[in-house]
Design a protein around this ligand. Structure first.
Ligand SMILES: NC(=O)c1ccc[n+]([C@@H]2O[C@H](COP(=O)([O-])OP(=O)(O)OC[C@H]3O[C@@H](n4cnc5c(N)ncnc54)[C@H](O)[C@@H]3O)[C@@H](O)[C@H]2O)c1
Length: 405
């Protein structure tokens, strides 16, 4: 009921008022910790049953359910999805489905037992302007897609990494977690970039053929908080990603799609622009978009048989999970951002402490625009080796070694 699950609860309560959904039951290992929330969400008036364990919830209620929503820690996704699909129930599964490519394959197999496909809740695939632009790309209006870049800086205070037992972790109890800005918090944007590079169908994602990466950290965590990743897709599209939590100040994210005739610039929630090579600039209004409510409604439409597929299925997540895993294989180790570049920043208004990396915006630009890696340009680390899908077998050893250091 806490964390992002609380946002699902608030959203479903609103959708219930509008007659779109009915919450039958929920669970949390510590339901008593959410007494206030249960009042706010009016559980007793709505007749919501509360269980301390998802297995007892499913045993008691599965016959009356159309779907299960799983907005829990990443390392619990597979077992909860398996329990629901064993009963034929499809799942609204929060992203990332898992960050372990082999576990994803098991989940894809398990999903075939459900009455309908599960949805992986990457927020932005169903945005109307995004789908319309992808249709225009596929129709060839902008010429061939040559490349795409993502720059994303989302400051996270030290308290973010202490909010639960899995934040910033590579493994827990010998199992893959791999929580990071790339695999978790900003996974939406990574998945978006792969979406731009996919074709020929609308709902398709570019598949990584070769990956190079440099992973870094500034925070005292097991995993990485700063990623520089490049991949060529099987269709020959070059994608570059630069993401970090090791920054302070306002958040920013920008997806750029480089086509023969135009560059498409897409800032979720703010600005969409087509910059034609001939100098014309076409602006597209970013419509108000409530990601969670819209994704719930879109999934309900699919479950009722009004549409043919969910926005992102487990199989559609293969490219994202493989890219994340191969980025770890390529980088082989997580280097420290040079101490001279990192300084503490206290945000007095928020009463929170951030770490800021000097020159991060320039490092992003050098990498995304010029292909210059930070390791060779002042960040003092060796380049990542090229990793291909054939190297996925090395993934577990690489992560275990990273976790030991
Ligand atoms: N779509 C988005 O925009 C978005 C935003 C934030 C988080 N998320 C995703 O939501 C998921 C949860 O992330 P979070 O940061 O809220 O995590 P979290 O650690 O805060 O956990 C969420 C909730 O899961 C509950 N929980 C833990 N173990 C449980 C169990 N055994 N049974 C039932 N409930 C249990 C916790 O009590 C907590 O209330 C992740 O997959 C994350 O990536 C998505």
């Amino acid at each position: 009921m806490g964390g992002f699950a609380g946002i699902h609860h608030a959203t479903v309560a609103r959708l219930e008022e509008q007659g779109h959904a009915k919450l039958i039951a929920t669970c949390d290992p510590r339901p008593e910790a959410f007494a206030m929330e249960q009042q706010t969400w009016r559980f007793s008036e709505r007749g919501v049953h509360v269980y301390p364990d998802y297995r007892t919830l499913l045993d008691a209620c599965h016959r009356g359910l159309d779907l299960l929503v799983v907005p829990t820690p990443i390392n619990l996704h597979a077992e909860m999805h398996a329990a629901a699909t064993a009963l034929g129930l499809p799942v609204y599964l929060e992203k990332p489905p898992t960050l372990d490519h082999a576990e994803l394959e098991q989940m894809i197999t398990a999903d075939a037992r459900a009455r309908k496909s599960s949805l992986v809740g990457f927020n932005f695939i169903i945005e109307k302007p995004r789908l319309a632009l992808k249709e225009r790309i596929l129709a060839g209006e902008f010429g061939a897609v040559r490349g795409a870049t993502l720059s994303a800086l989302w400051p996270r205070p030290a308290s973010y990494f202490a909010r639960n037992n899995w934040a910033g972790r590579l493994m827990i109890d010998g199992r893959i977690v791999l929580d990071s800005c790339f695999g978790n918090a900003m996974a939406h944007f990574v998945h978006n970039l792969l979406f731009w590079a996919g074709g020929p169908e609308l709902f398709s994602w570019g598949q990584p053929a070769a990956v190079r990466a440099e992973l870094y950290r500034a925070h005292a965590i097991e995993g990485a908080d700063t990623f520089f990743v490049e991949t060529d897709t099987t269709a020959g599209v070059n994608l570059r990603f630069a993401l970090s939590h090791a920054c302070a100040g306002p958040s920013s994210h920008l997806e750029v799609v480089l086509c023969d005739k135009a560059a498409l610039r897409y800032v979720v929630g703010r600005q969409i622009e087509i910059r034609w090579n001939d100098g014309r600039v076409e602006k597209i209004a970013a419509e108000p978009f409530d990601p969670l409510a819209e994704n719930h409604l879109d999934y309900y439409r699919y479950l009722r048989g009004e549409t043919t597929r969910p926005a992102t299925t487990l199989a559609d997540s293969r490219a994202f999970v493989a890219l994340n895993d191969l980025a770890h294989v390529s980088s082989a180790r997580i280097a420290k951002i040079p101490a001279a570049l990192v300084s503490g920043v206290r945000d007095e208004k928020e009463q929170k402490d951030y770490l800021n990396t000097a020159g991060l915006t320039a490092a992003h630009e050098n990498f995304l625009v010029r292909g210059a890696w930070p390791g060779a340009n002042g960040w003092e680390r060796e380049p990542g080796e090229v990793a291909t899908p054939a190297d996925l077998g090395k993934f577990y050893d690489v992560v275990r070694t990273m976790a030991k250091r």
